[in-house]
Design a protein around this ligand. Sequence first.
Ligand SMILES: [Zn+2]
Length: 121
Amino acid sequence: MLRKIKETTGKKDSHQRCHIRKGDMVKVIAGKDKGKSGRVLRIILKKDRALVEKVNMIKRHTKPNQTNRQGGIIEKEAPLHWSNLMLECPKCVKPTRIQMQILEDNKKVRVCKKCNEIIDA
Ligand SMILES: [Zn+2]
């Protein structure tokens, strides 16, 4: 059997550009939290993943330490792959695909494919 080719070859793949930004509302379209939506807390560019508030929660067992003397179980968000997320348009409040558009002043903005409104202020 062939070994899977390493995905991180350092080459920039233009098709894998992230359409999601910190602070965006996104909807989960695959995985155990499918259907949930939340706000993007963090983008992890190197791993093509995003951390979404209250989505994909995992339980972490922690040992007692100086800040948490009892230890125990804490719940925290685990990053999700971008392909499992869809941007929720703030204008039409629907999960949507986006299109990049360059304005007259060379500013790149994201445009909702459903309502054609500019998402970025
Ligand atoms: Zn829209």
